[in-house]
Design a binder for this molecule. Structure first.
Ligand code: IPE
Ligand code: IPE
Ligand code: MG
Ligand code: MG
Ligand code: MG
Length: 307
């Protein structure tokens, strides 16, 4: 089942995030359409299983949070959300590839994703690896479409992907997680110990999502992009802590792991601090606008989400 953000709303008591959920629900059909029409499928003569796997990885999908962020990033910088739909799809494809890699036996070894078999369990490791590369590759071309022939913008957009996927971003962050897994440490405490590389993986993609929307809407070096970046890092941080809390609770439920109480309390404190920081960055630097309010509501949702 597709997870619609507004479907989560009643169970998590997020009436205060009404505008964000309304915005996300309104954009959802256009996002699904952009994802459908840009799929990195192979010519039918090549290998039909590849195309089945491509579809399986994207549909019905998850919360589609990152494409919504791209569209909010555009609106915050005076652009129209519907003008960055290709970039929004590109960001979701990059996210998709990151999850395929993340689930592989050589990484988190997760047999399930979004309540069903992970891609490699269903289609095998080799094909899944190729599909993940296919999604990544597609994204570089896709972002250029929203630059509307402006070559400088186009190059900037592609370089944004290079930065966010690379060793200073997602790939580097995932390598930190690999190290943590090898040492069999608790993710929450070791990430805070390794604070200089704290959560590059999730922040990198959230940063990418927001910055692409801004850049493709004409934002330049006026300093507000830097502020947006700081906000994105903070939101990414909060998002990963909330994800770790959910994972920790789930592990405790399944395995009845004792002794997580301190980690959990610490993580919840960090989450509250980071959420307050994220909201402060927005309110201190951007004038009130519907896009700003949506982002503030999103932070509140992240701070209290349960799934
Ligand atoms: C999961 O991200 C991986 C993390 C970065 C924490 P999401 O929770 O946004 O995944 P989906 O796309 O909604 O399933
Ligand atoms: C994955 O983090 C983050 C990225 C792939 C960038 P996790 O390993 O915590 O994500 P889940 O819990 O499997 O969704
Ligand atoms: Mg992982
Ligand atoms: Mg994982
Ligand atoms: Mg997780």
């Amino acid at each position: 089942m597709a997870v619609l953000l507004e479907e989560i709303m009643p169970s998590t008591d997020h009436a205060s995030a009404r505008e964000f959920f309304r915005f996300a629900a309104e954009l959802r059909p256009a996002i699904e359409n952009a994802l459908e029409s840009n799929l990195p499928t192979a010519p039918s003569a090549v290998e039909s299983k590849f195309n089945d796997a491509v579809r399986y990885a994207v549909f019905p999908g998850g919360k589609r949070l990152r494409p919504v962020l791209t569209m909010l990033g555009a609106e915050l910088f005076g652009g129209r959300p519907e003008n960055v739909l290709n970039a929004a799809a590109a960001v979701e494809y990059i996210h998709t590839s990151s999850l395929i890699f993340d689930d592989l036996p050589c990484m988190d070894d997760s047999p399930e994703r979004r309540g069903r078999l992970s891609l490699h369990e269903k289609f095998g490791e080799g094909l899944s690896t190729l599909v993940a590369i296919g999604f990544l590759n597609q994204s570089y071309q896709l972002v250029t479409l929203d630059a509307n022939g402006n070559r400088e913008r186009s190059v900037r957009a592609v370089l944004e992907i290079v930065d966010s996927v690379g060793p200073a971003g997602m790939v580097g962050g995932q390598s930190v997680d690999l190290k943590i897994a090898t040492e069999n440490e608790c993710k929450l405490c070791s990430r805070s110990r390794l604070s200089s590389v704290l959560n590059l993986k999730t922040s990198a993609l959230i940063k990418l999502a927001l910055r692409l929307g801004a850049i493709l809407s004409g934002a330049n070096g006026d300093g507000r992009v830097d502020v947006l970046t700081r906000f994105a890092e903070s939101l990414g941080q909060a998002y990963q802590i909330s994800d770790d809390i959910i994972d920790l609770r789930e592990d405790a439920r399944i395995f009845g792991e004792p002794g997580n109480g301190d980690h959990l309390a610490n993580a919840m404190r960090l989450l509250a601090e980071e959420s307050a920081r994220a909201k402060g960055i927005l309110t201190d630097n951007f004038p009130a606008s519907p896009a700003r309010e949506c982002l503030i509501e999103l932070v509140d949702y992240v701070a209290s989400r349960k799934d």
